[in-house]
Write a new protein. Structure first.
Length: 182
């Protein structure tokens, strides 16, 4: 058969279900000039990223929910800017990241950034710091069963007094996305 261009509006199996194979083993299918639409099983969604609209004070030796109240994006409306919780409506494994910038100048102490799942601590990052600005960041892979599981980010500091968490998209943020293929 000669090389050429195949132009069709629809490709289906003869039975109406099954697998359609493009190319043979060892060949590459070039989609660089095509618009590709992924179905929901092929997308890293639900996904969100939230930041803080204002600074927040956290007391000494108190685990405090961080007020991530501004969405950068929220693909499936699963993040609540009032409760600061992400409740995905799709089961699966999610990559979760939380970080905050704490004004710790002239202080020494322990700083913790934690991810809580369903009210219990799931993962944390600890930093012991002296006379600087702290920016603990924690990441975790979390299994969600769908609409009943939720996560929230919390901060803790132990410096002897209250400290301020900086607002801003690059300094303090909370995000998650569903992983495909795992």
């Amino acid at each position: 058969m000669a090389n050429g261009t195949l132009k069709v509006s629809n490709i289906e199996t003869s039975s109406g279900s099954g697998t359609i194979t493009l190319g043979a083993s060892g060949e590459t299918v070039d989609l660089s000039n095509a618009t590709t639409t992924l179905n929901s099983a092929m997308k890293n969604t639900p996904a969100f990223r939230a930041t803080m609209s204002a600074t927040q004070s956290i007391a000494n030796t108190t685990m405090t929910t961080i007020n991530f109240n501004t969405e950068t994006y929220d693909t499936d409306s699963c993040y609540n800017t009032s409760t600061y919780r992400f409740t995905p409506n799709v089961s699966g494994k999610y990559l979760v990241i939380a970080s905050y910038a704490l004004n710790a100048n002239t202080s020494t102490g322990t700083f913790i950034c934690s991810i809580f799942k369903n009210g219990s601590e799931h993962s944390r990052a600890n930093i012991v710091l002296s006379n600087s600005t702290s920016n603990p960041i924690t990441t975790s892979l979390i299994d969600f069963n769908g609409s009943s599981d939720y996560i929230e980010a919390k901060g803790y500091q132990e410096t002897g007094g209250s400290k301020t968490i900086y607002a801003g998209a690059e300094q303090s943020y909370f995000s998650a996305c569903r992983l495909i293929g795992v």
